[in-house]
Design a protein around this ligand. Sequence first.
Ligand SMILES: [Zn+2]
Length: 99
Amino acid sequence: MFRQFLAYKCERNGGQLVKVKPHFTIQDCSYCGKRVKKSLSVRTHACPDCGLVLDRDHNAALNIEKAGLAQIGAIPAIYSLYNCRSRSRLNSIKQRLWR
Ligand SMILES: [Zn+2]
């Protein structure tokens, strides 16, 4: 019911609802892809590989965004797999999409 309502609202506003699998969206680094295990009480994502420090929910949101964009073909799947560190390219793709 909620999903249908959300899909309706998205379509009505010219958007598209994309369902994303939530696996590891909290643990994976949104910048380099390193899996950083953390307990529920740890609220900050701090990547030992690339040094990214973000609120854990912000990090998860970036992972979900990337997965959704890859799912609709807006960005190549390789970007969702974090093999590319080109954040500026990802940002330019997002800017074109959300104009
Ligand atoms: Zn990282």
